[in-house]
Ligand binder design. Structure first.
Ligand code: GLP
Length: 258
């Protein structure tokens, strides 16, 4: 596990964008696993800037997003498809046909989940999976559970997630109660994982996920088992990890950029 400590959100966004752009430069037709939420917005902005300067080319890049709300169409401004279009895809030279988000409007959600699993397989798996983290340690929409869900599935959102995400909706009652999400196995099969976290309200989730026991009650804790995990977090998000970070800096298998 490599941990990079960012000064602030701007620094975090730049570091994350650097890692993503390195992937695009090294493998122009790479498969990027993408995430939504507030955390990656700054990194997407930075990627757009570098694209505009002529430093990045997305023409061959393929993408798969982690999740989508059930019942929202792609043109609903709260949907994750809309988020991806407006924050990234509309501003770079990516072929929209190569961008994938689960279909929240699918009548048969089970079939849609199977289609999404097949799609990830047919793309040859994910080269780099970008992840944010929920306050309860969720990744994608893999909520705390008794067991890790493996592949794409439908999930009932927890109250904590509904509340946290209601800030993005005009009316909090509009937050969908269900979502489709890639499962833990699909995430863990990505060749490289980049986890980003910003702000004090993520400190507990980050502490438990990086240094606590690996448990489905903290879904992101499974990332400790990934052999190519990079974490970029700001000081606030790492504020509960002080001692563990110092210890980790001297441990095999860790690189901490203190
Ligand atoms: C949502 C998304 C997650 C995201 C999380 C945290 O629930 N499904 O992929 O990581 O929110 O979002 P934020 O970055 O806004 O805190």
């Amino acid at each position: 596990m490599r941990i990079y400590i960012a000064r602030d959100y701007k620094d975090l966004s730049r570091k994350a964008a650097n890692i993503i752009s390195a992937q695009v430069i090294m493998k122009p037709d790479c498969v990027l696993g993408l995430a939504t939420g507030s955390s990656p917005i700054g990194a997407y902005k930075q990627l757009v800037e570098w694209y505009e300067k002529g430093d990045l080319d997305f023409s061959e890049v393929r993408t798969v997003n982690l999740d989508e709300y059930k019942g929202l169409t792609g043109d609903n401004k709260e949907s994750y498809r809309y988020f991806m279009n407006t924050n990234l895809f509309d501003h770079v030279n990516i072929d929209k046909a190569n961008t994938n988000v689960p279909n929240g409007m699918a009548k048969n959600t089970e079939a849609e989940c199977r289609r999404y699993n097949e799609l990830i397989r047919s793309l040859g798996g994910i080269d780099l999976q970008l992840l944010g983290i929920g306050r309860n340690g969720h990744i994608g929409f893999n909520e705390p559970e008794e067991a890790f869900e493996k592949e794409t599935h439908v999930v009932a959102l927890t109250q904590s997630t509904i509340e946290a995400n209601s800030r993005l909706f005009d009316d909090p009652d509009d937050v969908p109660r269900y979502a489709l999400t890639m499962g833990i196995k699909s995430i863990m099969q990505a060749r490289r994982v980049l986890l980003i976290a910003s702000g004090e309200d993520k400190a507990d989730a980050i502490h438990k996920s990086l240094f606590g026991p690996v448990t489905p009650h903290v879904p992101a804790s499974i990332l400790q088992m990934h052999n190519n995990l990079t974490v970029v977090a700001d000081k606030a998000a790492l504020s509960s990890c002080g001692k563990e970070l110092e210890d980790a800096a001297n441990k095999e298998g860790f690189y901490v950029d203190l």
